[in-house]
Design a protein around this ligand. Structure first.
Ligand SMILES: NC(=O)c1ccc[n+]([C@@H]2O[C@H](COP(=O)([O-])OP(=O)(O)OC[C@H]3O[C@@H](n4cnc5c(N)ncnc54)[C@H](OP(=O)(O)O)[C@@H]3O)[C@@H](O)[C@H]2O)c1
Length: 293
């Protein structure tokens, strides 16, 4: 049994990690306000006291539009605090698992992105997440940076729950067809994370040091927001409650937002599969599992 320190226990992913990591050992779970990533100077004491063999960081500033006007806070949480965690992980010989995003790319490549592709974030969130990745890479040690995309859960205010809510309030739903990526169920992402920790055995630092790096890990297949919304409506466990009569295609530029988003941010996840022998299933299969009653 090993000691794990999980940062971010109530976010979409952290909530699932708390469950999937539980059988692997003693899991110390922290979230705001027990830990505040806007005060990175507090992190060394927390890590020292927890003395973990594995640190998993599911904390992030994820409010993509708000980040445009809260640059300093987004940077403190996504970049500065992440760098401090990497230093502490190295110092205490703990393996570090951290999450990043498809929004490090500008979406202009026109085909799936590989880990070696040049990042070019279009917004503050993507820029600060990229800085977090770079901070970890500069420190080194035993780390996995898992870039993922369109993370959803059926229990909090993400895309799936919003679409279900709008479908009960509106007659017409308009969804963009030109934002394309890979929907990723937080629970399966957390399952894969737990499998990595299990594979690492009783020497997670040594095991991950041999495989340290950046990996893409997202749901199988490719979807537009329109495709995704259509599948959510089709899997609605209570369709009789829907007021929506029509789902109509739209374009991103019809909905101006403070943050620009990449249009085609599909991640090629083959490196992860080659290295660890695991892959997330097709997003449609996963969505129907996630929405089953
Ligand atoms: N959601 C997506 O579509 C998506 C896509 C690609 C990558 N990712 C990445 O995947 C990871 C998990 O994302 P998620 O969707 O689970 O995010 P989330 O639901 O927004 O959870 C983020 C967590 O960070 C915590 N947090 C925020 N500010 C904090 C602070 N100052 N100090 C301590 N904790 C703080 C939040 O706590 P509170 O709830 O108390 O604020 C929450 O528990 C992140 O690294 C994210 O960048 C997400």
């Amino acid at each position: 049994m090993i000691r794990l320190l999980l940062f971010g226990k109530i976010g979409q992913l952290g909530w699932e990690l708390r469950r999937t990591l539980a059988p692997l050992g003693e899991v110390i779970c922290l979230d705001y306000p027990e830990v505040d990533f806007t005060h990175p100077e507090t992190l060394p004491g927390i890590v020292e006291q927890a003395a973990p063999q594995v640190i998993i960081n599911a904390v992030a500033y994820t409010a993509v539009d708000q980040a445009e006007s809260q640059v300093d806070m987004a940077r403190l949480i996504n970049a500065t605090a992440t760098g401090v965690l990497a230093e502490q992980a190295l110092k205490h010989k703990a393996a570090l698992i951290h999450y990043s995003t498809d929004y490090v790319f500008d979406g202009r490549k026109g085909e799936a992105y590989q880990e070696a592709d040049h990042p070019n974030p279009l917004n503050v969130y993507g820029q600060t997440k990229l800085e977090g990745e770079q901070a970890i890479q500069q420190v080194g040690g035993a780390y996995a940076i898992l870039r993922t995309s369109w993370v959803y859960s059926t229990r909090q205010g993400g895309f799936v729950t919003k679409v279900l809510q709008w479908a009960r309030q509106q007659a017409v739903l308009r969804m963009v067809t030109d934002q394309v990526s890979k929907p990723t169920w937080a629970r399966l992402l957390a399952e894969v994370n737990a499998q990595l920790v299990a594979m690492a055995g009783d020497d997670p630092y040594g095991w991950l040091a041999q495989r340290a790096g950046l990996y893409h890990l997202a749901g199988g297949g490719v979807a537009s927001r329109y495709d995704w919304a259509q599948a959510i409506l089709a899997n609605d466990p209570r369709p009789a409650e829907q007021t929506v009569q029509a789902l109509q295609p739209a374009l991103t530029n019809e909905f101006p937002t403070p943050a620009e988003r990449p249009l085609y941010s599909v991640l090629d996840c083959s490196r992860f599969t080659r290295t660890f022998g695991l892959a997330l299933p097709d997003w449609r299969v996963t969505l129907s599992l996630a929405m089953e009653n």
